[in-house]
Structure formats: structure tokens, C-alpha cells
Design a protein. Structure first.
Length: 227
């Protein structure tokens, strides 16, 4: 019997959360191998031997090592370790999922991750000063511009590429959900996005809430500090 795949991740990382949720829903057999980004464990020589990019997530399957979350999804799917509903086998359906994953990388992911990092993560860790109000305003405008594109171009149905949940939804929603730490999604401005986020959460729970528990905790602490 082959050994379980080793999964290296940190829930502070959006791709780590998304992939973990997808693997849990797919009943992928894997061994938890946490990598504490807050302690910079990804920069150790030991981890460099696992992932030369020194980022999370990564997997080790026997003697095979692989980084980059979308590449891992494709690898697991081709091995039969990932849900066909989440990442379809049919050419056209899979291409639609890939289309979003490629699109979001320089749109939703780029703007949300930049905002999350510059406004909350780096200042919270003492690695950078809090950005000036005009910088925050510009970052928010960039995020809202992409939420608008998501609202208009992708959410014609219940989910991003049809009537059923796919990894496109998991990756996209995980990216946007982390924005609940510094800002709340404007439900009136982006009603489709707000309903879609809740739909994804309901469909992927209990794994969604488990993967985002740390962010929810930080969000509550931030809200209490303001009051």
C-alpha cells in the first residue's frame, strides 16, 4: 500500500487553505505537515529541500515533490486523488475551470493578496509600517474593481463555471474571504459576490470554517479593538 501524500501548508496562505479544502472534500489521503509562516519555517534549509521556491503549499508523493497549488490540483486529479466534480475530466469543463484559475491570478488574487499583505499582514508582523490612507484607498479601489468584474463576468449562475461547486470557487472565495479581516464585502455594491461567498461557505463546510478559523479570530480581535 502506498504511503499518504505529505501536504505542507499554513492556513495563513490562501492557496494552502483552498487546496486543503479541496483535498478534504475529495477525500484525498494526505499527511498534515504544517509549515509556520509566522516563524518563517518556509525559509529553512530543510524546507528548501522540499520546495525550492520556499513557499506553501507543497506536496511530497513518494520521491516526487511539487509546489504551486494549481499544479498540485492537476497532479492529484490525474492520479485519481481529486474529485472529478471539483476538477472535471471533460476537456471543455476543465478548460472553464482553468480559465478562471488563470484569470484570477492577476486579478482577484493579485489585488486581494496585495491589500491583505500591505494593510494587515506585514504591519501586524512588524515587517512594514501601516500604509498611508491614500495608499489604502487605492488598494481598496483595486479590490473593488475586481469584485465588480467577478460580479459582471463570472457570476451568471450559482457558481463560477456553472451550477456546481468547483475548485475555481474554492480558490476564488478563499482569496476574497480573507478580506473580512480588514474590510467587509459591500453586500449592496456586490450582491452576487456576497451571495456566492455564502454559497461556497455552506457547500464546503465544515472544512471552510476550519481552514479560515484563524482569520475569523483575527477579524473578531480587530473589531473589538475598534470598539
Amino acid at each position: 500500500m502506498s504511503k499518504a501524500i505529505k501536504y505542507y501548508y499554513d492556513f495563513l496562505s490562501q492557496p494552502s487553505r483552498a487546496l486543503w479544502i479541496g483535498m478534504k472534500l475529495s477525500k484525498t489521503p494526505f499527511e498534515d505537515c504544517p509549515v509556520a509562516l509566522r516563524k518563517q519555517e518556509q525559509l529553512t534549509d530543510e524546507y528548501r529541500n522540499i520546495n525550492r521556491f520556499q513557499k506553501v503549499p507543497a506536496i511530497v508523493d513518494g520521491k516526487f515533490q511539487l509546489g504551486e497549488s494549481v499544479s498540485i490540483v492537476r497532479y492529484l486529479a490525474d492520479k485519481g486523488f481529486f474529485s472529478e466534480q471539483l476538477y472535471p475530466k471533460s476537456l471543455e469543463d476543465r478548460a472553464r475551470v482553468d480559465e478562471f484559475l488563470e484569470w484570477q491570478h492577476f486579478n482577484v488574487r493579485l489585488t486581494c493578496a496585495t491589500f491583505f499583505s500591505k494593510v494587515w499582514l506585514l504591519p501586524a508582523k512588524g515587517l512594514a509600517p501601516a500604509p498611508k490612507p491614500e495608499v489604502v484607498k487605492k488598494l481598496i479601489k483595486d479590490v473593488e474593481g475586481n469584485l465588480g468584474l467577478l460580479e459582471r463576468l463570472w457570476l451568471e449562475k450559482d457558481f463560477l463555471v456553472g451550477d456546481k461547486l468547483t475548485v475555481a470557487d474554492i480558490f476564488g472565495a478563499s482569496e476574497i474571504t480573507q478580506m473580512t479581516v480588514p474590510v467587509q464585502c459591500k453586500r449592496k455594491q456586490f450582491p452576487k459576490v456576497a451571495k456566492w461567498l455564502e454559497r461556497v461557505r455552506e457547500t464546503t463546510n465544515p472544512y471552510h470554517d476550519e481552514a479560515h478559523s484563524f482569520l475569523y479570530k483575527v477579524a473578531k480581535q480587530a473589531a473589538s479593538a475598534k470598539n
